[in-house]
Design a protein around this ligand. Sequence first.
Ligand SMILES: [Zn+2]
Length: 176
Amino acid sequence: MPGQSNNADQFGFKWSKWVPNKCNIFMWRAYLDRLPTKTALIRRNIHVENDVCVWCEEAEESIDHIITGCSVSAGVWHGISVWCRIPEIYVFSVKDVAALHEFCAAEGHKKSLLQGIFIIASWRLWRARNEKLFSGKNSTVADIVADVKTLAFLWYKHRFKGEIVEWERWRSFDVM
Ligand SMILES: [Zn+2]
């Protein structure tokens, strides 16, 4: 369960040690495809107006599309890779995102940091999707990336109270 361990649970999902439970739980549900996307609702025979993505209005709205397949998500992953100074991120599924930190850093601390950031970015994409679907609110890729930086900063600080990270350094990912 959240916060207990960084080891994989019975489903192979790894919980982040420092993001809020709501983000870990979101990611776990996404990992198991248990979020109420349009295609998931249709699978359960629940009526939806249409099955297309709220952003591109072309692809079927699955959780993999929202988190990795849409041009909005691709833009967010590009922004995250630039911020975190890691090679361009190519992800095609939630499972790719959940495992991504393993390939981005050798060192444990950076791995843990990146894992949490990837989970927050996924959670924030889902929130942007909900805001668009239910309130008609549009978020740009830049808005979402900026939010991920701020939220990750606040939550990381909250979790590791002893470690002072200055915002200016965090903003340029000078945190190692
Ligand atoms: Zn789309």
